[in-house]
Design a protein around this ligand. Structure first.
Ligand code: NCD
Ligand code: ZN
Length: 345
């Protein structure tokens, strides 16, 4: 049987939600991952250090007793964010990054940023103290086609931020385009990108051909095949600037299977099996550890996890549940549409 051993992975972009959904999903992350950057787009969002501390306590209380898991907290940037509070969050060790959502770009982003000028003082402070900005990189202008929103964001917004604040460390989150990959490759410093599991596996046909498949709908939306190929190449290259951020984003089924279904794909439970499959297909199993376990901590200035996990290729496919049950309702698990043979030991 084929096995590989890697440092315990981390997830550098994760939605855990709150209440019954948090209780239902957190174990799927803490089973395999040592740490995760926790997205702050709750209702209401996590905007202050105080909010983040309380949310962190709720997460830790929900982690199964036999798991060890460290939530790395983020603040949701608003036009009212207080730079002193942000600095205090970083100094106390509680805050790992600040998240920029352009207002209206995605789930629970209406409190996000409309006018970048209004948040420049906070971004300047972050540049000074070395706190990373995590960016949802899509414009929200109605005239811009949804499939072009990432590329236009890079051109019109991200490049501007980076030219005004070259010292600011920026994570371009869930990169979905070749333009995004190329932009990161062209930067010599202070820019890195996270890549999700599902964007390595699906393209936009998977969402739309043969009927609308709400469980493949997420934001940024999956793009054309050549973009997926660019993401695969970057993720499996071993380049330090690319690392895993699953963007596992649970929504209960009734919120996705309706006339206006929300964006988000739930991958926490089978991500490592999916990734091992993808990396094996790309003849890059020896670079899975860099992508899932080493590059992320290096970017965030943290040590890699001490423990290791073993991935074992089994003759029979591993049966993951099609849905998980939570007290808030069922959540459909990402279906990669190929049998998964890599189990985590
Ligand atoms: C995320 C969510 O549901 O919170 N949805 C998604 O499709 N990825 C928000 C986000 O990260 O864009
Ligand atoms: Zn997300």
């Amino acid at each position: 049987m084929k096995t590989i051993s890697i440092r315990r992975p981390d997830d550098w972009h994760l939605h855990l939600r709150d209440g019954a959904v948090l209780a239902g999903v957190v174990g799927d992350s803490s089973r395999h991952f040592g740490r995760a950057i926790i997205m702050p787009n709750l209702v209401p969002p996590v905007v202050t250090t105080q909010d983040a501390k309380a949310y962190r306590d709720r997460i830790l209380a929900a982690v199964p007793a036999d798991h060890r898991f460290e939530p790395l907290m983020t603040l949701y940037l608003t036009e009212q964010t207080n730079a002193d509070d942000v600095e205090e969050g970083k100094r106390s060790g509680l805050i790992t990054a600040v998240k920029l959502y352009p207002a209206g770009a995605t789930t629970n982003s209406h409190g996000g940023v409309r006018d970048l000028d209004k948040v420049m003082p906070v971004l300047e402070r972050m540049a000074r103290i070395g706190l990373t900005l995590c960016v949802h990189g899509e414009v929200t202008t109605p005239e811009v086609d949804i499939f072009d929103r990432e590329a236009v964001f890079i051109e019109e917004k991200l490049d501007l931020i980076r030219r005004r604040l070259p010292e600011l460390r920026v994570t371009m989150e869930h990169v979905t385009t070749k333009e995004g990959i190329d932009y990161i490759l062209a930067a010599d410093r202070n820019l890195a990108g996270s890549i999700t599991t599902h964007h390595l596996i699906i393209n936009r046909n998977d969402i739309l051909v043969g009927g609308i498949r709400p469980h493949y709908f997420c934001l940024p939306v999956a793009k054309r095949e050549h973009h997926r190929q660019a993401l695969r190449k970057a993720a499996t290259s071993g380049d330090q600037r690319f690392f895993l951020g699953t963007d596992s984003a649970p929504h209960v089924d009734p919120l996705k299977e309706c006339a206006c279904g929300c964006a988000g794909i739930y991958t926490s439970i089978n991500t490592m099996s999916c990734l091992a499959h993808v990396f094996e297909e790309e003849n890059a199993l020896d670079r899975l550890e860099a992508f899932a376990s080493l590059n992320g901590p290096a970017w965030y200035g943290l040590p890699a996890n001490e423990e290791t996990i073993v991935l074992e290729k089994q003759p029979d496919p591993i049966v993951y549940p099609a849905k998980i049950d939570t007290d808030a309702g069922p959540i459909t698990v990402f279906d990669p549409k190929f049998p998964l043979h890599w189990a985590v030991r």
